[in-house]
Design a protein around this ligand. Structure first.
Ligand code: WT7
Length: 667
């Protein structure tokens, strides 16, 4: 019997990649870390012994409550769990007001724009701006529970807008500024938003993004009639259409408001935001998070995983359009009172050293980015970071997809200078905050492994019958107990929530992540990719990630993605899409290289993983958050027409190139 999860049958997945390098944090890091090894063991023990007591203690210690809670976890309507439900608080108060008595003059956000201009606000400034914006929202008649869609570029104002919503209990839904009018319109309609906050234009790598005109177009789509007003932040001063009955300028409406806006109390379970995430098929899912549980996850992971210290300068490069930009830009750093850097634009513009230069100029201590950014930075200049003084760094992290061991090593050596622990953090839009990640002062790191679940996170790897798989055997990554920062439901679609995340197979009680993983003898988790990316070659289930890692370990390969194609004998054969370092290969060079890479993979993993076809391109098709769209590569590999939605694709022209690319069969 096979269990069909998202259309793919799962037995077990064979794991084939063995990584043996190990790195201990330096003694000095260990001795000053927030969580030592013995603290870690103690926390795990406490969570095992008294699960609710464990979370209740942290919720009391880390959040400022207007009304304390008496009930910790309500499981009556599982999987619609409720945490701290009779407690009340205000999320914006927890991010701003709580710091004012002692840290009002501390810089909260340092913003560097695309053109290099720098703006910085203190906690007192931010508190005032949020108060003004919240009063502006109130003046438009918005009340607790209403939805506001935010479609803005990275800026201090976008954080202000999110915090202002939280302050008055309005539910925000941020849509990444790179999404099309159609995607924006769909999200506005699904959320039934009353207000959209946007900007005239955004700036990205020296080019302008037409945000306001995209928004105008989005509002012609059916279902968007709920929108009464559009609030427009003037970013560039560009010439945009303005409809006086509907549109309002931010600088006119917001700046005249009083800066005092009382932080009213809301229930712990009051929805804080909806964030749409695209499933592999169908319409986007509106992931709905709570207030208290979500914020608790953000705060604890800031302290535990990022080892946050009071004078740290923190920099997460994510855009607020993604969950990473919610938890580790708009909420987490503010809730712990950090000074953080944010930026507009792209890491590689105006020059490929921008990131390294910024780390130096702002004295960044904790730096958090995505493997896709790391790989593109490697491609632009493998030794470039060495030209910069990065001595302020003490911890570096990654998120978003499995990081190939070779990219991990580069990050560790060239950026962290073999001195900074690397935290590879596994989590999802749905989990709200880190789930599996090293506690950097307590944990030996292995390149490519996100290490072990955080205390209180009961992650496990099981087969289709819910049985534990043996070490080294791949299976489904599940979380066996509810935890505070988990999504509460899918907006407008509780049934889909239940089906997708709490399927009947496991009594409807375990959270199914949709990822496959295996565990090594030390209990370390190795994420093998989404379940839908699993290949089956000659009866062996292979995670796409492991073959890709082998390819990327070749000194001339910058990036690789592999997908399966139907094969009469083997079930599936492997088609690899490869981006080389440096310039594109000629046809003859490609033939030679394909052979070399096939041999290489055979050497690294075994014949079973040898690609049958290799295609070279300048890049891979990616979502705007940098995820490789394997669905599209699969269509190319199978020579199918691509007729699915490609509006979320960052670089659509690459499809044609890869489709044309001479496919080199390995003998
Ligand atoms: C999926 C979630 C969580 C914020 C950004 C992405 C993959 C995420 C890792 C990691 C291996 C990872 C998983 C997960 N993923 N972090 N450290 N190692 N894979 O959020 O868009 O909800 O994507 O990203 O496949 O399920 P998301």
């Amino acid at each position: 019997m096979y269990l069909y999860v998202r259309g793919v049958s799962m037995q077990t997945i064979d794991s084939i990649l063995t990584e043996r390098r190990e790195f201990m944090p330096e003694q000095s890091f260990q001795s000053s870390a927030n969580i030592s090894f013995s603290d870690y063991q103690e926390l795990c023990r406490q969570a095992e012994e008294d699960y609710e007591g464990f979370w209740a203690r942290f919720a009391r210690e880390n959040l400022v409550w207007g009304r304390g809670f008496t009930r910790v976890l309500n499981e009556e309507h599982a999987p619609f769990y409720k945490w701290f439900e009779d407690g009340q608080l205000n999320v914006s108060f927890n991010c701003l007001d709580r710091h004012l008595p002692h840290h009002s003059a501390k810089p909260a956000i340092i913003f560097e724009a695309d053109d290099g201009q720098v703006t910085s606000v203190t906690y007192a400034d931010l508190h005032q701006q949020v108060g003004r914006c919240a009063n502006a929202l109130k003046s438009l008649g918005l009340v607790s529970g209403d939805r506001v869609v935010i479609y803005m570029p990275m800026s201090i104002e976008v954080v202000v807008a999110m915090q202002a919503c939280a302050r008055i209990g309005v539910i925000h839904s941020v849509v990444f500024g790179g999404f099309s009018a159609k995607s924006l319109g769909e999200r506005i309609a699904d959320a039934k938003a009353r207000l959209v906050i946007t900007a005239d234009e955004g700036l990205r790598g020296g080019r302008t993004l037409p945000l306001k005109s995209t928004c105008d177009e989005a509002l012609t789509y059916p279902g968007t009639e709920t929108v009464e007003k559009v609030l427009v932040y003037r970013r560039t001063g560009g010439d945009v259409a303005f409809f006086p009955d509907r549109d309002l300028w931010w600088d006119v409406l917001v700046s005249k408001q009083p800066s005092d806006c009382e932080a009213l109390l809301f229930d712990a379970e009051h929805p804080l935001f909806i964030l749409y995430t695209s499933g592999s098929t169908g319409k986007p899912k509106g992931v709905q998070h709570s207030s208290a549980g979500y914020l608790l996850g953000a705060i604890l992971s800031m302290r535990w995983v990022f080892d946050y210290k009071a004078d740290d300068v923190f920099w997460c490069t994510a855009d607020v359009g993604w969950v990473t930009g919610h938890t580790y830009v708009a909420y987490g750093p503010l809730a712990v009172g950090a000074t953080q850097v944010i930026f507009e634009g792209v890491p590689t513009w105006p020059h490929p050293g921008r990131i390294w230069d910024m780390i130096f100029r702002y004295g960044v201590n904790v730096f958090y980015t995505a493997p896709t950014a790391i790989r593109s930075l490697i491609k632009l200049g493998p030794d470039l970071p060495l030209n910069y003084d990065l001595s302020s760094l003490r911890l570096i992290g990654t998120v978003g997809e499995p990081i190939n061991p070779e990219a991990w090593m580069w990050y560790y050596e060239k950026v962290g200078r073999s001195r900074c622990p690397v935290v590879d953090t596994w989590w999802q839009t749905e989990t709200g905050s880190h789930m599996i990640a090293p506690l950097p002062g307590a944990c030996l790191a292995k390149p490519g492994s996100c290490t072990r679940p955080l205390p209180g996170i009961m992650a496990d790897i099981v087969d289709d019958k819910g049985q534990n798989v043996q070490n080294g055997q791949g299976g489904m990554l599940v979380i066996k107990k509810p935890f505070p920062s988990l999504l509460r439901t899918l907006w407008n679609d509780p049934e889909r929530f239940q089906q997708v995340y709490f399927p009947d197979n496991f009594q409807g009680r375990w959270y199914l992540s949709g990822d496959s993983a295996h565990r090594d003898a030390d209990g370390y988790f190795w994420i093998m990719g989404r379940i839908d990316d699993v290949l089956n070659v000659s009866g062996h289930r292979l995670g796409s990630m492991e073959i890709e890692s082998a390819l990327v370990a070749h000194p001339q390969v910058a990036e690789a993605a592999v997908v399966g194609r139907y094969h009469e004998i083997k079930g599936e054969s492997i088609v690899a899409f490869v981006v080389m370092k440096g310039t594109m290969l000629t046809e003859d060079e490609a033939d030679v290289m394909a052979l070399e890479l096939s041999e290489w993979v055979t050497e690294q993993i075994g014949r079973i993983a040898r690609p049958d076809e290799i295609r070279f391109g300048e890049n891979l098709p990616k979502t705007r958050s940098g995820k490789i769209m394997r669905r599209l590569l699969r269509s190319i590999a199978r020579r199918e027409q691509i007729d699915s939605d490609i509006s979320t694709l960052e670089n659509p022209q690459i499809l044609a190139q890869l489709g044309r690319a001479c496919a080199t069969r390995s003998p």
